[in-house]
Ligand binder design. Structure first.
Ligand code: ZN
Ligand code: ZN
Length: 241
């Protein structure tokens, strides 16, 4: 063994310190210099407004608890922690998806954790499933941002994380490059496949993505999961546009 655990911890601390010097980070909200590889300061993070309820994925009606009221047949209930109108969130997502700053997944996951706690969402028997990326996009980005967020949520609440159930079978263009709702829906229809469906039967799913806009991606994924036997699906995102 080359290093004792204590020496290894010390080495990691030194490397972290060096990284802070070589790549200093600034808060996405107030631009102050922050250490520890963080992307947002505590004050700005605490200032993000957390939603108090849920949304119908079909008509966006507000739901006080995670129970379908207006569109009972729609395959998922939407739980978005906050609003994408908040510039701090836009910046966190940009860092994560377009500047490949992995650390930015942490505050986005923390927002969902805060939201789950604030809404008293019952998630005891749920399995955490991230929206997958196509292989091409995964190669380009090097990581799946939804999976990073999902892993943190699963860890925090002690829930199983499964990345082998919902898979992406075709490469689609980014939803941000589509213009109309029709185009968004068409872009993702049939792009998900279910693997190991026996693991899914009657299971409750927390479907995780960073942000939702039209909901077309979540819908395509939720429909595939439902077809293969999922019971309750709650889609959780850090923000909703
Ligand atoms: Zn700040
Ligand atoms: Zn509705």
């Amino acid at each position: 063994m080359p290093f004792a655990p204590a020496a290894l911890t010390l080495l990691i601390m030194i490397l972290d310190g060096l990284l802070d010097i070589i790549f200093p980070s600034y808060c996405v909200g107030c631009n102050i210099y922050i250490t520890g590889g963080k992307t947002i300061c505590e004050k700005c993070f605490a200032g993000i407004k957390i939603n108090s309820g849920f949304f119908c994925g079909r008509c966006s009606a507000r739901l006080p608890v995670a129970k379908k009221i207006c569109h009972p047949d729609f395959p998922y209930i939407l739980g978005s922690a906050s609003s994408y109108d908040d510039e701090k969130i836009k910046n966190l997502v940009r860092l994560l998806k377009f500047k490949y700053i992995k650390k930015s997944a942490e505050p986005l996951a923390d927002l969902i954790v805060r939201y789950i706690s604030a809404t008293n969402l019952e998630i005891k028997n749920f399995t955490v499933v991230p929206i997958p990326l196509s292989r091409k996009r995964l190669r380009e980005r090097g990581f799946n941002q939804a999976e990073l967020i999902a892993a943190k949520i699963a860890e925090y609440f002690g829930l199983p994380l499964r990345t082998d159930i919902l898979l992406r079978q075709k490469h689609t263009k980014p939803q941000s490059e589509t213009k109309t709702l029709y185009e968004r829906k068409n872009n993702v229809i049939g792009c998900f496949v279910i693997n190991n469906s026996e693991k899914l039967l009657n299971g409750n799913i927390l479907l995780i993505d960073d942000v939702t806009t039209s909901g077309a991606t979540l819908l395509a994924a939720a429909e595939a999961l439902k077809l293969c036997g999922a019971r309750k699906i709650i889609a959780l995102t850090a923000a909703r546009a």
